[in-house]
Ligand binder design. Structure first.
Ligand code: IPE
Ligand code: IPE
Ligand code: MG
Length: 270
C-alpha cells in the first residue's frame, strides 16, 4: 500500500491506541494526506452567520488535523487554504482570510514547535500582503529544523499556475543551454514544481461534498486516492480523518498495473 519503503515517522502512544481502536495498522496509513478544506461559507450560512464566521471556525479543524496527523505519524499534511481563483471573492472576505492566516501563523508557532512540525508554504507570493508574508517566512524559518510532520499550506495556489511556472523555468533553462529538452522526464519536471522532493499525496480529502479538484495539486494527484465527505470543514475532526484512513486502507492501489495477488497468480499459472 505504501508508495515507497521509507521508515514511518514516530507514532505517539496515544496515536497507537487510537489506530488500534479504529482497527488500523500504522503501515496501512497514508503517508501524505492533502485536504481541500471546503464548506466554511455554508457552515456559517446554515447558522445565519456571515460566511467569515465559518472561516474562523475552520481554524479549529486545522488545529485538530495537525494534532491527529502528528499523533498517527503522518509524514505530510497539505492543506488548500486559498486558490488563485479565490481572489474573485469580495474584498472584505479576502481581507478577513488574510488576517486569519496571519493570526494562525503567529498563534500556532509555539504549538508547531512543540509538536516538531515543519511548516512549508506553496503558492504565489505575489498578491499576498507583506505582513502575511513576513509571518509566513518567520514560521517557516523557525520550524525549518523540526523533523516531524510537514504541514504544507497552499496559499494563493493554483495547480495550473504551478505547472505553468515550472514550464516557463524549464523553457528558459533550455533556451540558455542549461537543460536538454530531450532528457526532460517526469522526475525532472516534478523537481521544478513547488513540491519538489516531496512524495505525492496518497489520499486527497475534500469536505463539503463537491466532486472536483478545483485546481489543487494537478500534477501530484495523478494516482492519489480520493475521498469526499458531505461534512463541512468546520465540523471536520480527527475521527473524520481516521474514517478516511480506514476507507483508504481498504483500497487497492494499482498505479495502472495489477494488484500484487493477481501478479503472483499470473506467475504461478504461467
Ligand atoms: C473553503 O470554504 C475556504 C476557502 C475556499 C477559502 P468556502 O468559503 O469555499 O465555503 P463554501 O464552499 O462557500 O461553503
Ligand atoms: C477550493 O474551494 C479552494 C480551497 C479550499 C482553498 P472552492 O470553494 O474555492 O472551490 P469551488 O469554487 O467550489 O470549486
Ligand atoms: Mg467552497
Amino acid at each position: 500500500m505504501r508508495a515507497d519503503d521509507r521508515p514511518p515517522l514516530n507514532i505517539t502512544e496515544e496515536g497507537r491506541s487510537r489506530l488500534d481502536s479504529w482497527g488500523l495498522k500504522p503501515e496501512q496509513l497514508p503517508r501524505h494526506v492533502a485536504i481541500i478544506m471546503d464548506g466554511n461559507g455554508r457552515w456559517a450560512q446554515n447558522r445565519g452567520f456571515p460566511r467569515v464566521v465559518g472561516h474562523r471556525r475552520g481554524i479549529q479543524s486545522v488545529r485538530a488535523m495537525v494534532e491527529e496527523g502528528v499523533r498517527i505519524g503522518l509524514e505530510q499534511l497539505t492543506l488548500y487554504c486559498l486558490s488563485v481563483e479565490n481572489w474573485k471573492r469580495p474584498a472584505r472576505e479576502l481581507r478577513f482570510l488574510m488576517r486569519l492566516l496571519r493570526h494562525f501563523l503567529v498563534a500556532e508557532r509555539a504549538e508547531l514547535m512543540d509538536q516538531n512540525v515543519r511548516l512549508q508554504v506553496i503558492g504565489r507570493r505575489d498578491g499576498l500582503p507583506p505582513e502575511v508574508l513576513a509571518e509566513m517566512d518567520r514560521t517557516v524559518a523557525e520550524t525549518a529544523g523540526n523533523t516531524g510532520m510537514i504541514l504544507r499550506l497552499a496559499v494563493n495556489y493554483g495547480g495550473r499556475t504551478e505547472i505553468l511556472d515550472a514550464a516557463r523555468r524549464i523553457a528558459e533553462e533550455a533556451r540558455d543551454g542549461r537543460l536538454n529538452p530531450a532528457t526532460l522526464d517526469e522526475a525532472t519536471f516534478a523537481s521544478y514544481l513547488e513540491t519538489a522532493g516531496a512524495a505525492d499525496p496518497d489520499l486527497l480529502i475534500r469536505t463539503a461534498g463537491e466532486m472536483r479538484i478545483s485546481n489543487f495539486l494537478l500534477w501530484q494527484v495523478s494516482y492519489t486516492e480520493l475521498w469526499v465527505t458531505p461534512t463541512l470543514w468546520p465540523d471536520f475532526r480527527g475521527g473524520d480523518l481516521l474514517q478516511a484512513c480506514v476507507d483508504y486502507a481498504a483500497r487497492t492501489r494499482k498505479f495502472g498495473g495489477l494488484p500484487t495477488s493477481s501478479l503472483a497468480a499470473g506467475t504461478s499459472a504461467g
